[in-house]
Design a protein around this ligand. Structure first.
Ligand SMILES: C[S@@+](CC[C@H](N)C(=O)[O-])C[C@H]1O[C@@H](n2cnc3c(N)ncnc32)[C@H](O)[C@@H]1O
Length: 188
């Protein structure tokens, strides 16, 4: 979003993760890091092959300028507010916080509800995730496929929506089969 947005809102439920996001924006003197970690640079390099991105001299400076302090809140609260955003992304959230199909669908609906009519969006999902473990804690997931994503997006999106399963044999962990990317526009 950096080349296109004057202001970027980060919504995050976890206090620890909000601290991480702030640190990625503001840097860390103790580790002599100015702005986000170097492991994000290869992603930026890929984007620079596209119009608009390579024109930004310093993405870290831009990140500092346009990213606001992360907001504490839940995806589900977005359903109660007026649609307010001109563009939005949601990566690995709605299917990775519940085992319930109904709750997964509600999460997708709330994300789509937050977008203004015509707003472009990108969302990514873990396919057939069985959940994951961090330390001693088991986190749930809803086992979904591309049809479930299409159904959840339903009437919220223009018919030109593009839903793809990414083809790669590299998995970031066990317990899922791939990633699904959906891109499109919120219906007018
Ligand atoms: C894989 S990360 C996604 C990071 C980033 N939010 C994005 O969309 O690219 C999933 C994040 O969702 C957060 N999360 C979990 N439940 C949430 C909820 N109900 N509302 C908002 N964020 C939530 C988790 O704390 C975690 O940091």
């Amino acid at each position: 979003m950096l080349p296109w947005c004057d202001s970027i809102t980060l919504l995050e439920r976890s206090a620890q993760n909000r601290r991480y996001l702030l640190g990625q924006r503001d840097g860390d003197d103790a580790h002599q890091r100015d702005g986000y970690d170097a492991h994000w640079d290869p992603f930026w390099k890929v984007l620079c092959g596209r119009k608009g991105y390579a024109d930004l001299d310093d993405p870290r400076e831009r990140f500092k300028k346009v990213v606001e302090d992360p907001i504490e809140g839940s995806l589900f609260e977005l359903c109660g507010a007026k649609p307010g955003w001109d563009v939005g992304t949601m990566f690995f959230v709605a299917e990775s916080i519940t085992t319930s199909l109904e709750e997964f669908q509600r999460g997708v609906h709330c994300f789509m509800h937050a977008l203004k009519p015509g707003a472009p969006f990108a969302t990514a999902f873990m396919e057939h995730s069985q959940g994951y473990r961090v330390g001693d804690i088991e986190f749930p997931a809803r086992d979904i496929d591309t049809n479930d994503v299409r159904t959840a997006l339903g009437d919220f999106v223009e018919s030109t929506v593009d839903i793809q399963r990414l083809h790669t044999s590299d998995l970031v962990r066990d317990g899922y089969t791939g990633m699904i990317l959906a891109r499109g526009r919120r219906k007018e």
